[in-house]
Design a binder for this molecule. Structure first.
Ligand code: FE2
Length: 263
């Protein structure tokens, strides 16, 4: 759907209805998009779960769920941010195999995709598989690292993943305690360490937007407005548009760009 040139970009949102634990109706999905627009989001990526055994979606069913939202979007088009499609890939053997075989759902530039892992323990061969995906031309975006128990114990467990080319995506709701104190503390430390490349909302329902203004305000306060806009606008825009095989996760100009200068 349409391209945007400025504003925040949400790389992780469950606004497609009736496909996972996200929006329960098209009206809820539309309400989420309207709420995000009010917070300055100009593009919101739909990232339904692809998680065998829990949300048994594949690329076709995710595309179908997204397409089913189109008439509802059209009804309210002037009030909504632009949208595009991705997926939150559960990084098990099955989904890893799909990604390798070209059956994942990358962001719309084709060169980056969102993954999540079991919050209790990282998968075996995680770093090795990230290297393989980097060689295959993908930037792997790791969803909400602050919510993973191994990170609570010692966040140096992320180092091999970063070395393997992964990039970290903050869920801003972690900053206001949505996932508990340990996740909040981990998020604060990773922010202070400048470990995140971008930030998202991971919204699942309209009510999630109630605390999002507060969360974005906390982000502003902690890192400063310029860095907050890099995390929510310019860096996610670069990830969104990254082509497959792109050499850099984030072009240099993004790091120096001020808000609204996406080129
Ligand atoms: Fe999610």
């Amino acid at each position: 759907m349409s391209t945007t040139a400025s504003g925040r970009v949400d790389l992780h949102c469950h606004w497609v209805a009736n496909i996972d634990d996200g929006a329960r109706s098209p009206a809820d999905g539309i309400a989420m998009l309207k709420g995000l627009k009010a917070l300055g989001y100009t593009e919101v990526v739909a990232t339904p779960h692809m998680r065998p055994g829990m949300f048994d979606n594949d690329r076709a069913s995710i595309a179908a769920g997204y397409a089913a939202m189109a008439p509802h979007l059209a009804e309210a088009s002037t009030e909504l941010p632009a949208v595009s499609l991705g997926s939150e890939h559960w990084f098990d053997d099955v989904v890893y195999g799909r990604i390798v075989e070209g059956h994942g759902v990358p962001y719309r530039g084709g060169g980056a995709l969102l993954v999540e892992v079991n919050p209790r323990a990282f998968p075996l061969l995680f770093a090795n598989r990230l290297v393989d995906l980097r060689r295959a031309g993908f930037l792997v975006v790791l969803a909400h690292p602050e919510r993973y128990e191994p990170v609570w114990k010692d966040d140096s467990c992320l180092d091999p993943l970063l070395d393997a080319g992964a990039t970290l995506l903050l869920d801003v709701a972690s900053l206001v305690g949505k996932y508990g104190r340990a996740a909040q503390k981990a998020a604060e430390k990773l922010l202070d360490d400048e470990a995140y490349e971008a930030a998202c909302t991971d919204s699942h329902k309209p009510e999630d937007l109630d605390s999002m203004a507060l969360a974005l305000g906390v982000l502003d306060k902690r890192v400063g407005r310029d860095e907050a806009m890099r995390l929510t606008a310019t860096a996610p825009a670069a990830i969104l548009h990254r082509p497959r095989g792109g050499k850099q996760a984030i072009p240099d100009w993004v790091k120096h760009a001020s808000h609204g200068t996406v080129r």
